[in-house]
Write a protein that binds this ligand. Structure first.
Ligand SMILES: *Cc1c(COP(=O)(O)O)cnc(C)c1O
Length: 470
């Protein structure tokens, strides 16, 4: 096997980047996203050997197919530190609970109770390692509507060579989410409560990144879901869930994924392309149905930020699905991807229906559907009544859509993207009671909070960061 892995851009530019460059650098300079030049394949013989491995051993096997520039013993240490029983509450890290022949795949056992921890905890170990090796520092600037920021803060708190500046919309997150972020007291974490909505936060971050000189001078970095290391860490749990659910390697299963930025489902698409015997991937959107619309009509039309609906599954409230570009790249290649994204810039959408690829869409193995507020509330109730299991609103969106595509004899694996405790209000609306809290979080809203309020003003943000770094 070759001992390096090269990465290329979805829009064709080849910069000969290796895994470490891609993790620290993020975006390709032609505006595309980094992708491995060649896809590693995993056959059934290997899968059989992997069945029964611990989470960390499996993660090591999958990740080392890509992270070839990190010595094996170092990679092992990074992975062993990222996925511990102490952080995830259970030895298996990812848990499966049976609902008849189907399963809820527990991905939110991590420190912030959302599946984002699966990737972010890995980054929290990987970043300091790479920075130490390159003798660099990194100042992560991000915008969050809740889950991503919280997960990043808890993964990076107290880590050497890293500061986190996390922008969140002042007063617009749930009290639990707010407390989970703002109660962190570590000196390298800066919570910025922006007097605006999530999109204002995101625009501020974009404006900073567009100032190349400022960005370089202040070593700005990102942890958003387009970072390949996040996709990679997510590929691992598709293997884990598959191997835990089937008796014999080769049996088909369907995965069900509540989707926003297309990162989670893309990891599944990639795992299947590597050789994991997934039959279908079932994508659920909420009221923001950009992705369902594409898979039903062949037209991809990102929305304007102002047209995003605020819903009771808020982590899926997105205007455009950044990682969707990676899927189109796998399907059509770099040249076509570049053209299509140029069309988005020029006319606001692209239409694949005239393309022969659209006639073959059955072979993509992707189904989609939309779930609205009343659907998710009813689903939370139904799952509780039938199985005594409480699911969160996002996971419920997935379960609702999955029912439309259920085939007897083929297990559906519902990815649980958050714990119900994070979205207590909607769960209470469905069940009449609030989800149970673990003891550590009994009184989290009462803890002292550390944050600074910032108006929507790029210059003030720039000054703020410079001041904290000096
Ligand atoms: C981030 C998130 C999603 C969406 O995941 P994508 O990778 O953006 O598609 C769904 N549910 C929850 C709870 C999330 O935090």
């Amino acid at each position: 096997m070759e001992n390096i892995m090269q990465f290329v851009s979805t829009r064709g530019e080849s910069q000969h980047l290796d895994f470490s460059d891609v993790v620290l650098g993020g975006l390709a300079t032609d505006g595309g996203l980094a992708m491995p030049k060649n896809m590693p394949k995993v056959d059934q013989k290997i899968l059989k050997e992997w069945q029964g491995l611990s989470y960390t051993d499996l993660a090591f096997n999958v990740i080392s197919l890509f992270a070839k520039d990190i010595p094996a013993e170092d990679l092992r240490k990074i992975i062993n530190a990222a996925y511990t029983e102490e952080k995830f509450g259970i030895e298996e890290i990812v848990s499966l609970s049976a609902l008849n022949e189907d399963y809820v795949v527990g991905l939110s056992n991590g420190p912030t109770f959302a599946f984002k921890d699966m990737a972010m905890q890995f980054l929290g170990e990987l970043f300091p390692y790479l920075l130490e090796k390159k003798n660099q520092h990194l100042n992560i600037v991000g915008a969050t509507s809740g889950d991503t920021g919280s997960s990043a803060i808890h993964a990076m708190r107290g880590k050497p060579r890293i500061n986190v500046f996390m922008l969140s919309p002042n007063g617009r997150m749930s009290p639990f989410q707010t407390a989970q972020m703002y109660s962190v007291q570590d000196a390298n974490i800066f919570n910025l409560a922006v007097d605006g909505v999530f999109d204002d936060c995101q625009d501020l971050v974009k404006a900073l990144n567009n100032d190349a000189e400022y960005k370089t001078k202040n070593a700005l970095g990102a942890v958003n879901s387009i970072n390949w290391a996040r996709i990679l860490a997510q590929i691992v749990y598709y293997f884990k869930a598959y191997l835990a659910a089937v008796k014999e390697v080769g049996e088909p299963v369907d995965f069900v994924i509540p989707s926003g930025n297309f990162g989670n489902i893309f990891a599944g698409i990639y795992a299947r392309a590597m050789g994991l015997p997934i039959r279908k991937l079932i994508l659920a959107t909420n009221e923001n149905n950009v992705l369902d619309e594409f898979f039903k009509t062949g037209i991809y039309r990102p929305r304007a930020s102002k047209d995003v609906h605020l819903t009771s599954s808020p982590s899926m409230d997105i205007a455009k699905a950044s990682n969707f570009e990676r899927f189109i790249y796998l399907l059509l290649g770099a040249e076509k991807t570049r053209q299509l994204w140029q069309q988005i810039d020029e006319q606001g959408y692209f239409d694949l229906t005239k393309d022969s690829i659209w006639q073959e869409r059955q072979s993509w193995g992707i189904e989609s559907g939309q779930s609205l507020h009343e659907n998710r509330v009813e689903t939370i109730r139904k799952v509780y009544d039938a199985f005594n299991v409480v699911v969160d609103p996002h996971t419920a969106d997935g379960i609702f859509v999955a029912a439309q595509y259920k085939d007897e004899g083929i297990p559906q694996l519902y990815l649980e993207t958050a714990k119900p405790i994070k979205f207590a209000e909607t769960v209470k609306e469905a069940l009449g009671f609030e989800p149970e809290r673990v003891a550590d979080y009994a009184n989290i809203e009462a803890l002292p909070q550390r944050f600074d309020v910032l108006p929507v003003d790029v210059d003030l943000l720039k000054q703020y960061i410079v001041k904290q770094l000096s």
